[in-house]
Design a protein around this ligand. Structure first.
Ligand code: CO8
Length: 304
C-alpha cells in the first residue's frame, strides 16, 4: 500500500526511497524493487531525457528542466530513478551528463525548496540531495560531465561526482561552489568532493569567497579537466568516454572505489545527523533572510 501511494506522488516516492535507504543495510536491493515497480508503470520523466546506445554501452542524459535545471525535489527524484535504471542495466557502462537547457548546466539546488518551507519538507529535500550525490559518486559507470553552461553550487557538486569534466569554452559560463555568497555554508561532503578534486588550499579559497570560475580559470585549478569549443563538447565527451571504457572495468571500478570510499563512508555514517544539521541551519531566521535577499537579487538582475 505504501509503495502504491508513493508511486502516485513523486514527493512521497522520494520519501519512500529515502526511508528504505535509511532503514535497510541493503538499501540498493530495496530501492531496486521500488524502481522495478516504477519501470512497470507508464510514468515517463519530464525533467530528464536519457538516450542509451546499446551498441556502445553509453547513455547520454540531458537535464531538461527549464529555465535553469534547478535541483528541486521532483528533479532529484526523477534523476535518481533514471540513474538507478541505468545502473541496473549491466549493458550500460558509461554515462554522459549534459544540459538540454541553453546556457545553463544546472543552477544548483532549487532555492525555493529551502526558502519558506517546513522543517519536514527541508529534511525530505536534503535526503534527496544526499541520495543524488551518493548514487553519482559511487557509481560503477564511467560518468563524464559535458558542461555546456553555468554550473554554480549544486550544479558544480553534480559535476564533481563525475569521473571527468569537460566544459564548453565560453567565458559567459561559470562553475564553482558559491554557497557563501548566498549566506549559506557548503556541507562537509560538498567540501570533501571539492578538496578531492582541486586540493585543500584551492577549496579553502573557493568556499570561503564563494568563487565562481570561468572555464579557463576552472581548468587552471583542475576543477574541470578539459575545455573545448562548445560545438566540440559532445564529440570530445564521447572520445574521452572511449578512453575510460577501454580500461578493464573491474580494475577501473576498484580503483574508483578505493579513491572515493572514505569520502562516501563519511557521509553514509552521518546521514541522519547531516539532515538534522541542514534543517536546523536552513530554517534559522537569519538564513531565511539571506535566501530571500539572494532571490530578490536574482529577480533584480533579471529585470535590469
Ligand atoms: N533555484 C531556484 N530558482 C532559481 C535558481 C535556483 N538555484 N537559479 C535561478 N533561478 C530562477 C531565477 O530566480 C529566475 O526566476 P524567475 O524567472 O521567476 O524570475 C529564473 O530561474 C531564471 O534565472 P535567471 O534569469 O537568473 O537565468 P540566467 O540564464 O540569466 O542565469 C544562472 C542562470 C547563472 C544559473 C543564474 O540563474 C544564477 O546564478 N542562479 C543562482 C545560482 C545559485 O546561486 N545557486 C545556488 C543554489 S544553493 C546550492 O546549490 C547548494 C546549497 C547547499 C546548502 C547548504 C546549506 C547548509
Amino acid at each position: 500500500m505504501a509503495l502504491r501511494a508513493a508511486l502516485g506522488n513523486k514527493r512521497a516516492l522520494s520519501g519512500f526511497i529515502s526511508q528504505l535507504y535509511f532503514n535497510s543495510s541493503h538499501g540498493r536491493v530495496c530501492a531496486s524493487t521500488v524502481l522495478a515497480a516504477q519501470q512497470r508503470s507508464n510514468s515517463t520523466s519530464s525533467k530528464i531525457s536519457v538516450n542509451f546506445d546499446q551498441s556502445t554501452g553509453v547513455a547520454v542524459m540531458h537535464l531538461q528542466s527549464p529555465p535553469v535545471n534547478s535541483l528541486s525535489l521532483d528533479f532529484l527524484t526523477e534523476f535518481c530513478i533514471s540513474l538507478e535504471k541505468l545502473e541496473m542495466d549491466k549493458s550500460c557502462r558509461g554515462l554522459i551528463i549534459t544540459s538540454g537547457v541553453p546556457k545553463v548546466f544546472s543552477a544548483g539546488l532549487d532555492i525555493l525548496e529551502m526558502y519558506g518551507k517546513s522543517p519536514e519538507s527541508c529534511g525530505e529535500f536534503w535526503k534527496a540531495v544526499q541520495e543524488m550525490w551518493l548514487k553519482l559518486y559511487s557509481s560503477n559507470m564511467v560518468i563524464v560531465a559535458a558542461i555546456n553552461g553555468s554550473s554554480p553550487a549544486g550544479g558544480c557538486l553534480m559535476s564533481l561526482t563525475c569521473d571527468y569534466r569537460i566544459m564548453a569554452d565560453n567565458p559567459r559560463y561559470s562553475i564553482g561552489l558559491n554557497e557563501t555568497q548566498l549566506g549559506i555554508v557548503a556541507p562537509f561532503w560538498f567540501k570533501d568532493a571539492m578538496a578531492n578534486t582541486v586540493g585543500h588550499r584551492n577549496t579553502e579559497m573557493s568556499l570561503a569567497l564563494g568563487l565562481l570560475y570561468s572555464p579557463t580559470e576552472a581548468l587552471k585549478i583542475g576543477l574541470v579537466d578539459q575545455i573545448v569549443p562548445e560545438d566540440k563538447l559532445m564529440t570530445s565527451a564521447e572520445q574521452m568516454m572511449g578512453k575510460w571504457l577501454a580500461i578493464p572495468a573491474h580494475a577501473r571500478q576498484i580503483t574508483k572505489s578505493m579513491m572515493r570510499k572514505p569520502t562516501i563512508d563519511k557521509l553514509t555514517s552521518k546521514r541522519e545527523a547531516d539532515v538534522q544539521n541542514f534543517v536546523s541551519f536552513i530554517t534559522k531566521d537569519a538564513i531565511q533572510k539571506s535566501l530571500r535577499t539572494y532571490l530578490e537579487m536574482l529577480k533584480k538582475r533579471k529585470a535590469s
